[in-house]
Design a protein around this ligand. Structure first.
Ligand SMILES: *[C@@H]1O[C@H](CO)[C@@H](O)[C@H](O)[C@H]1NC(C)=O
Ligand SMILES: *[C@@H]1O[C@H](CO)[C@@H](O)[C@H](O)[C@H]1NC(C)=O
Ligand SMILES: *[C@@H]1O[C@H](CO)[C@@H](O)[C@H](O)[C@H]1NC(C)=O
Ligand SMILES: *[C@@H]1O[C@H](CO)[C@@H](O)[C@H](O)[C@H]1NC(C)=O
Ligand SMILES: *[C@@H]1O[C@H](CO)[C@@H](O)[C@H](O)[C@H]1NC(C)=O
Length: 586
């Protein structure tokens, strides 16, 4: 069995054969090529597998001493403070820290079309706001309170800034709501963090911002919002009528919580209407959605369907909305979407940890035909194993995560796009994204397998080695030559550092069994709370209640992995070796 399994790996040496096979989802493997063992110069490296005692994967990954765990936790904490303290010293009240020049960065006013900057930087102290709840996760109550007061005293959204609705929602609105809830949580999960005189100012700020985002939902004939608004003047004249699916369809978690906190259904209503509109445009053949849509005509402008850029958090928020609000409609949509994904995007062998064939991988296809449209996967898709964990599909999560980890090992980072056919990056930058760490953390919570602590350590050490600069951590411009760009996105502190710290912090309040939390797509902590399952208004869209499947998602799904697997590798070493080889590690 293993012999043939590893033989099928040998086929991968021929790039053509893998890409051919990965393009036909139901390819039947045969074992008739067993005799080719030993062919080719690299084949010898597989033979070491048969020498079980010396298996390098088992040796490397199957334990993680507690002292090392504490050391890594401290390293993650120091990483956060190095970035945070320098932001406060050199950049605040501007939006971001330029970590090489040690200066602040705000919107690019000279070049309004520089959306790479202006979509995100609204001249509203972005990094400080995005970081609030991370301070609590790290247990720094005094600094959290100081930061909250600074936000209250200095931040205003009455700014002539044109930002992306999606970015403002996940980074700013989500953080304000999360910090407000944690400040007022009667269960005090992080100890006494509320302070004298707090008068719901963060909630008022969140509400003010959300009102400024509302014009995006007007004058669109589908209900799918415009991608950008000016915080002072609304939707700019001559705005594009095109938006990506994730941008328009990942607002429900934050807008829904806001509506339920203030008892005004407007926000949830517009967010839900957008999700429903997108959902109604899915292909009736494949059940898939595209990545870019015209908000006036409902025509798909981008017909690519995948799990990365442009689509990622759309799926994430269907499931997370259900977990938070308990609306069955959201779970039905998620289940149907997940099934379409498994049927049309997933390639490779059927089972992660059994059988022969290529490792499972999710490719980009045409939403109508299901045909593969390119041979790259992007760095953002590395979030998906975390979502699979939330959905209870730990097995598939393990395999997809292992693929991204192998890419990380090769480059010490994740290239923005990796071409699995050419075994090379297509797009070379790495802006300190959190998605792989996020999945690593959720898989560790689900399996408690020390393998994931090693993954976290590798990530931490590569960031120290490749990205650390004078005043913080810098975007890698080029994952091969490790040249840098002078930018540290706010998600580095709010997500990358937070998930790294949580991975190694066994005793965090978030890990106590009576505290149940979910993370927004920007890593903001939100309790799963009865309050959010109640609403003061009637259903906006009364509709037939279909049967809800028996299996409900759990968060996190501890104990789903057989006991024995907790103490060995999550993925058999023959398969790890296969993946490492496929991404060119040896
Ligand atoms: C940011 O906002 C402040 C105060 O409203 C204003 O004075 C400043 O010009 C703005 N900066 C940019 C880059 O827009
Ligand atoms: C909290 O953060 C501040 C600012 O970085 C720092 O000076 C202080 O030492 C931190 N406190 C703890 C307990 O970590
Ligand atoms: C919607 O269009 C109408 C008519 O063109 C215009 O008066 C109104 O200001 C628009 N609303 C928004 C929010 O742009
Ligand atoms: C967007 O659509 C509206 C309504 O169909 C149209 O009037 C406007 O010109 C379009 N904008 C652009 C930039 O194409
Ligand atoms: C499926 O959608 C296409 C257009 O996308 C439409 O022409 C066709 O009638 C639809 N088929 C069914 C069975 O609804």
């Amino acid at each position: 069995f293993f012999a043939c399994a590893s033989v099928s790996v040998l086929w991968l040496f021929s790039i053509g054969s893998w890409s051919q096979r990965i393009q036909s989802p139901k390819h039947e493997e045969t074992a008739t090529t067993c005799p080719t063992v030993g062919r080719g110069s690299r084949a010898g490296s597989y033979l070491s597998f048969f020498d079980g005692n010396k298996d390098e994967y088992v040796r490397r990954y199957s334990s993680f001493p507690d002292t090392l765990r504490v050391k890594m936790k401290d390293m993650a904490r120091d990483m956060f403070y190095f970035g945070y303290d320098n932001y406060m010293k050199y950049a605040f009240p501007e939006d971001e820290l330029n970590p090489i020049d040690c200066e602040g960065r705000g919107p690019d006013v000279l070049n309004p079309s520089n959306i790479n900057i202006n979509d995100v930087l609204g001249n509203y102290s972005l990094t400080l706001i995005d970081t609030l709840d991370t301070l609590l996760v790290l247990g720094n109550v005094t600094e959290f309170q100081r930061a909250v007061k600074l936000v209250i005293d200095t931040v205003s959204f009455d700014k002539d800034s044109t930002v992306q609705v999606f970015e403002a929602n996940i980074r700013i609105l989500g953080s304000l709501i999360s910090a407000h809830i944690l400040l007022t949580d009667p269960k005090h999960p992080f100890g006494k963090v509320g302070f004298e005189g707090y008068d719901n100012e963060l909630l008022h700020l969140a509400h003010d911002l959300a009102v400024r985002l509302l014009p995006a939902f007007e004058n669109t004939s589908t209900g799918i919002p415009y991608p950008r608004v000016n915080l002072k003047t609304g939707v700019p004249a001559d705005s594009v009528n095109e938006t990506c699916t994730a941008g328009a369809g990942s607002l429900l978690v934050e807008f829904g919580i806001l509506s339920r906190l203030i008892g005004d259904s407007t926000f949830e209503w517009v967010a839900r209407r957008a999700v429903r509109a997108l959902w109604s445009l899915r292909s009736n053949q494949t059940g898939l959605l595209g990545n870019v849509v015209n908000i006036q005509t409902g025509q798909w402008v981008g017909k690519q369907s995948g799990l990365g850029a442009g689509m990622d958090s759309f799926y994430e928020y269907l499931l997370k909305s259900y977990i938070l609000f308990g609306e069955k409609e959201d779970y039905r949509m998620f289940q149907a979407a997940y099934e379409s994904i498994q049927n049309h995007l997933r390639r490779g062998r059927e089972s992660c940890n059994e059988g022969e064939g290529d490792p499972p991988l999710y490719v980009n296809v045409n939403m109508f035909s299901g045909e593969i449209v390119n041979t790259w996967i992007d760095s953002l898709q590395a979030f998906f194993p975390g979502l699979q964990v939330l959905n209870g599909d730990v097995d598939n999560a393990i395999c997809l995560h292992a693929f991204y980890y192998a890419i990380w090992k090769r480059f010490g980072a994740l290239p923005e796009r990796y071409n699995w056919q050419l075994q090379a990056p297509d797009v070379l930058f790495y802006p300190l994204r959190p998605e792989l760490v996020e999945s690593t953390y959720l898989l560790y919570q689900a399996t408690k397998n020390p393998f994931y602590l090693h993954v976290g350590m590798d990530i931490l050490q590569s960031l120290e080695k490749n990205a650390k600069v004078r005043c913080g951590y810098a975007t890698l411009h080029h994952v091969v030559d490790k040249s840098k760009e002078d930018r540290m996105e706010s998600f580095f502190l709010s997500e990358t550092c937070k998930y790294l710290y949580l991975l190694f912090d066994e005793d965090n309040p978030l890990h106590k069994s009576d505290n149940k939390y979910i993370f927004t797509t920007e890593g903001h902590v939100v309790p799963i709370d009865k309050r959010f399952r109640e609403k003061q208004w009637n259903d906006f869209f009364p509709c037939e209640e279909g049967a809800l499947a028996e299996r409900e998602p759990h968060s996190p799904p501890c104990d789903r992995i057989p006991e024995e697997r907790r103490y060995t590798l999550p993925l058999k070493s023959v398969y790890m070796r296969q993946i490492d080889h496929m991404v060119g590690l040896f």
